[in-house]
Design a protein around this ligand. Structure first.
Ligand code: SF4
Ligand code: FES
Length: 310
C-alpha cells in the first residue's frame, strides 16, 4: 500500500491508484471536480483539466515538487506523495481559468436547459466562474440535431469531454458517432445525423456532464427539482432493470440510471427501460432515491422512513 497526503489528509491506497481516486477515498472538499473522467468508462479523463492539482512532494524517495500542475484523474500516486487541492491558490486560480475556458463557447442558457440542477458545469461555474466573460469574438454555434427518436444533441453546449464517445464504444455494438475535426472545429457527429439504433444508446444522456445530450421524451416537461426521484426496478432481459423513475404524483416523467455520489452510473440501463416504460405499473417502486443535500434537487425532498415527504 502507498501513503498519500491530500490537503493534509492521509490515506493508504493500492499501487496504480490515481490522485483523484485517492481523494475520493478521503471524500469531502478534498475531491477535485471531474468533468471528463468517469470511473466506469475505460480511457476516460485527461481532456477537461478541471481536476488539476499541485503535487508538492513527488514521493518519499524524490521529495521534489512536480514542476507543473497535473491532472489528478491521470496521475498515479507514489509512496509518500503530498498533494494540494483546495489548499493551493495556484490550483484554485488554474481551476477558475479552466472554467472560464469551458465557458468560452458554452451558452449560459441554464434557465431553459433540461440539465439545469444536475449540470456539473453549472456547479463549477457557480463555485469558480466569473460573473462576466472576457471573450470578445463570436461564439461557435450549431444547429440542434436529433440523434434518433430519443436523443437531442445540442452541440453548442458540448464541452468535448468524450464520455459519450466512450459509451458508444464500450456499451453499444455499432458505433456511429464520434468526434470529427479538431481544435475549435471539433464536434460530436453522427455522420449525417445517422440514428444511433442501439439498445444502450440512451446512456450517453446520463454520462453527458452538461446539457448537450438530452432526453427527447422529457425535454421541457419539467424542471428536475419539481419531480420526485424514486428508486425502482423491473424484470428486464437486457439490463439490470434498476433505475430511478422521476415522478410527479403517479406519473413518471423520465427514467434514468442510478448515479453514485460523484454522478457516475455503475449499472447502465437499456433504452426499453429508459424510454418505453413510463407507467407506474411498469415498475416496482422501492422508495425515494437518496439525494445529496448540496443538490438543488434535494429542495423539498425529504426521505422519511422510505417515503418522500414534501
Ligand atoms: S455531448 Fe456531452 S458527453 Fe458528449 S462530448 Fe459533449 S459534453 Fe461530453
Ligand atoms: S477529469 Fe481529469 S482532465 Fe477531466
Amino acid at each position: 500500500m502507498l501513503k498519500v497526503k491530500i490537503d493534509g489528509f492521509e490515506v493508504e491506497v493500492p499501487e496504480g491508484t490515481t490522485i483523484l481516486q485517492a481523494a475520493r477515498q478521503i471524500g469531502g472538499d478534498v475531491v477535485p471536480p471531474a468533468m471528463c473522467y468517469y470511473s466506469t468508462l475505460k480511457g476516460s479523463g485527461g481532456k477537461c483539466r478541471t481536476c488539476l492539482v499541485k503535487v508538492t512532494k513527488a514521493s518519499e524517495k524524490d521529495p521534489r515538487p512536480l514542476p507543473k500542475l497535473v491532472a489528478s484523474c491521470q496521475q498515479v500516486v507514489m509512496d509518500g506523495m503530498e498533494v494540494a487541492n483546495i489548499s493551493s491558490d495556484e490550483v484554485l486560480n488554474a481551476r477558475r481559468g479552466v472554467v472560464e475556458f469551458l465557458l468560452v463557447n458554452h451558452p449560459l442558457d441554464c434557465p431553459i436547459c433540461d440539465q439545469a440542477g444536475e449540470c456539473h458545469l453549472q456547479d463549477l461555474a457557480f463555485e469558480h466562474g466569473l460573473a462576466q466573460t472576457r471573450y470578445e469574438y463570436d461564439r461557435r454555434t450549431f444547429e440542434q440535431i436529433d440523434i434518433g427518436p430519443y436523443i437531442k444533441l445540442h452541440m453548442t453546449r458540448c464541452i468535448l469531454c468524450y464520455r459519450c464517445v466512450h459509451v458508444a464504444n464500450q456499451l453499444t455494438d455499432e458505433r456511429v458517432h464520434g468526434v470529427i475535426n479538431r481544435g475549435d472545429h471539433a464536434e460530436i457527429s453522427t455522420f449525417i445525423e445517422k440514428a444511433i439504433e442501439n439498445d444502450f444508446s440512451g446512456n450517453v444522456i446520463d454520462v453527458c456532464p452538461v446539457g448537450a445530450l438530452t432526453d427527447r421524451t422529457f425535454r421541457f416537461k419539467s424542471r428536475v427539482w419539481f419531480l420526485n426521484p424514486m428508486d425502482a426496478h423491473r424484470d428486464c432481459d437486457k439490463c439490470s432493470g434498476k433505475a430511478v423513475v422521476w415522478m410527479y404524483g403517479n406519473e413518471i416523467y423520465r427514467v434514468t440510471a442510478r448515479k453514485d455520489y460523484y454522478g457516475e452510473v455503475h449499472d447502465f440501463i437499456c433504452n426499453t427501460c429508459r424510454f418505453e416504460k413510463k407507467q407506474a405499473s411498469d415498475w416496482v417502486i422501492e422508495g425515494p432515491t437518496h439525494i445529496e443535500r448540496h443538490s438543488v434537487i434535494s429542495q423539498n425532498h425529504y426521505e422519511n422512513g422510505g417515503k418522500v415527504v414534501r
